[in-house]
Design a protein around this ligand. Sequence first.
Ligand SMILES: [Zn+2]
Length: 257
Amino acid sequence: MLDPLDTPCISSFHADVPDAAQPGNRSPTRRQFLQALAAASAGTALPGLAWADIANNTADRVPDGAPIDTPEAALATLLQGNRRFALGRMTSCQVPIGPLLRETVEKQEPFAAVLSCADSRVPVEMVFDQELGRLFVARVAGNIATPEIIASLEYGVAVLGTKLVLVMGHGHCGAVKAAIAAKPAPGQISSLYEFIQPAVQQAGHDLDAAIHDNARIQADLLATSSPVLSKAISEGTLRIVPAYYDLATGVVNVLKA
Ligand SMILES: [Zn+2]
């Protein structure tokens, strides 16, 4: 009997995918799944979604299965995954979870790290359509570079060898909104404000501008305050880039530094 963990978790996104790519049809391999799904989605866009807005932030396409061993390839892979997510054509959930769990018990080989907000609307692996073990994710309200976050990302880069750190702000961020309002809050919530204040001072009370500036400032902070990260940058093995996630479209855009 087939173990449920050895079957893909969902197929509802892919009602228009060719039969050969559908679960249960002559047991296609994982690679065949991905190739068929990529072919099915090539050059198509859902009505109302600005394809060009997504494509403008993509690097050269990384072929399926190609090594992700440079910051450029890591960024392109992330953005390609986000394009699939925003178009409702995710492939990561087509991969049976059982073998993936077994493959990742003893090791992890994430190709990129992402610093994002803790917001429930920003599920990082889903937003970039990545499987288990592919992303090293640090999340904290306001996507801020606290000492613990810096330490975590240093581990991702120096020990795990990630080639990219993406610092991702998002629309309607409650942490930035609260830092702008600067009202008393229960517990330790207000301890977040000091990290976001530089962006508020720069952008004023414009929430979206503050969110953009905050992502840029936290990315700068990572690049300049950590000798581990700055060394990797100077050696050309790491890039740290700020980005913005649009809640309404699902699209991630890289920000100009
Ligand atoms: Zn947020």
